[in-house]
Design a protein around this ligand. Structure first.
Ligand code: C5P
Length: 403
């Protein structure tokens, strides 16, 4: 299953480093090529010679080594792989990753890579449970870093709890899942819209809404993780770009429409953006002065991007998914919207203030198609995204046309 896959394995300094040797062996048994970076700490637990013998390749250790750089520079090292695995991922290396440090070869390769990263944390349980480590893990997860473990159990230091590195088998399964899951949308093109739009009133003021972009960004990431080539057209948000996604930043609905049309053809479009329905009809070129009476704000209707994508004739995406943010009669209103806009599926969510869906991390949605209504349990926006991406993959696999 891992035949021909190239894995860059970064081994940091922890007692679990010995398990990395077993990991190299198992990955190679399955056909993967494994190249290793050993940190200074890592080299105190396992020797470069054992790592080189098991990987069958040179071991890279030093950011400033002329021989290393001459053979393979650190940028190339981080990009020549299909996946970067960090095992063990120590508290220190995770903190350096979260903060974008580049103070040794491992951290530099992790900062320079354009590939997915899977970490297998290993540390004392107090270090793992420390809010600093948990915050670093949350930062990394939000950037799309994948995690396996840690497990709960006896620790080398005599304590019991979470912090033991996942076993080699579990890490291999996570790697296989990554590549296996990488198949369903590979060769497919996806367009995702996300975030609010900003509609200019004058050069400094705008109309907007409370959308955070969390759900749309999570969908773009989930589709990319399943192997799709994803264009994310996003209004202004505070979110980092999801890994492996090409992001087009826009401000207004008209710019979003142009960027979406430019991204066609695609196999699937997911319109998760909260597009402003109206824009100021004549935005002023100069800042409106406060003197005199309050200005009248005449509004013009914005283009409906979802409806326009559905009406794009032979450029219409094979599958078009809209969102319906409703505060009442959620399913009925969403069904009506499905028909009105001409899309294939609607993800309907209740955004009445009590649900906390807007700006929050969880979402309760219903997936509405022409044939059925599915009520999904309350899940994190990431989990909603993964389930939706899996459904999209199933649908496209069932033989729908390719872009
Ligand atoms: O009509 P309503 O705004 O409730 O529809 C929501 C769906 O339509 C979402 O998928 C949203 O991204 C999309 N939409 C759009 N362009 C608009 C308004 C909504 O693409 N101008």
């Amino acid at each position: 299953m891992l035949n021909g896959k190239r894995i860059l394995l970064i081994i940091a300094g922890g007692i679990a480093a010995y398990k990395a040797l077993e990991l190299i062996r198992r990955l190679r048994e399955r056909g993967a090529a494994v190249r290793c970076v050993l940190t200074g700490g890592g080299a105190r637990f396992v020797t470069p010679l054992s790592v080189a013998s098991l990987s069958g390749d040179k071991v890279y250790t030093d950011l400033f080594s002329l021989t290393d750089e001459a053979e393979m520079g650190h940028i190339e090292l981080s990009r020549a792989a299909d996946l970067v695995v960090v095992a063990p991922a120590t508290a220190d290396l995770l903190a350096r990753m979260a903060h974008g440090r580049a103070d040794d070869l491992a951290a530099t390769a992790l900062l320079a890579t354009d590939k997915s990263v899977l970490v297998a944390p290993a540390m004392n349980l107090r270090m793992w449970l420390n809010p600093a480590t948990q915050a670093n893990m949350a930062t990394l997860a939000a950037r799309g870093v994948l995690t396996v473990g840690p497990n709960e159990g006896d620790m080398a230091c005599g304590e019991y709890g979470p912090g033991r590195m996942a076993e080699a088998d579990e890490i291999v399964s996570a790697v296989e899942n990554f590549f296996g899951a990488g198949a369903p949308l590979s060769g497919r093109r996806a367009l995702v819209t996300s975030g609010p739009t900003h509609e200019a009133i004058d050069p400094v003021r705008y109309l907007a809404n409370r959308s955070s972009g969390k759900q749309g960004h999570a969908i773009a990431l989930a589709c990319a993780r399943l192997g799709a080539e994803v264009t994310l057209v996003s209004g202004p948000t505070a979110l980092a770009d999801p890994a492996g996604v090409s992001v087009v930043r826009i401000e207004s609905a008209e710019e979003m429409l142009a960027a979406c049309m430019a991204a066609l053809p695609v196999d699937v479009a997911v319109c998760a953006a909260a597009v402003s329905d109206w824009r100021p009809a004549s935005p002023r070129e100069q800042k409106i002065k406060k003197d005199g009476a309050a200005p009248e704000l005449a509004l013009a209707e914005n283009p409906d991007i979802l409806a326009d994508l559905c009406a794009a004739g032979n450029r219409r995406p094979g599958l078009v998914v809209g969102f319906a943010a409703e505060t009442e009669s959620v399913v009925d209103n969403a069904r009506a919207k499905l028909a009105r806009k001409g899309c294939d599926w609607i993800v309907a969510n209740d955004v009445s203030p009590a649900t906390g869906a807007i700006g929050g991390d969880d979402n309760t949605v219903h997936l509405i198609t022409a044939e059925s209504v599915e009520d999904w349990p309350t899940m994190s926006k990431g989990a909603v995204a993964e389930r939706l991406a899996a459904r999209i993959a199933e649908h496209l696999k069932a033989g729908k046309n390719r872009a």
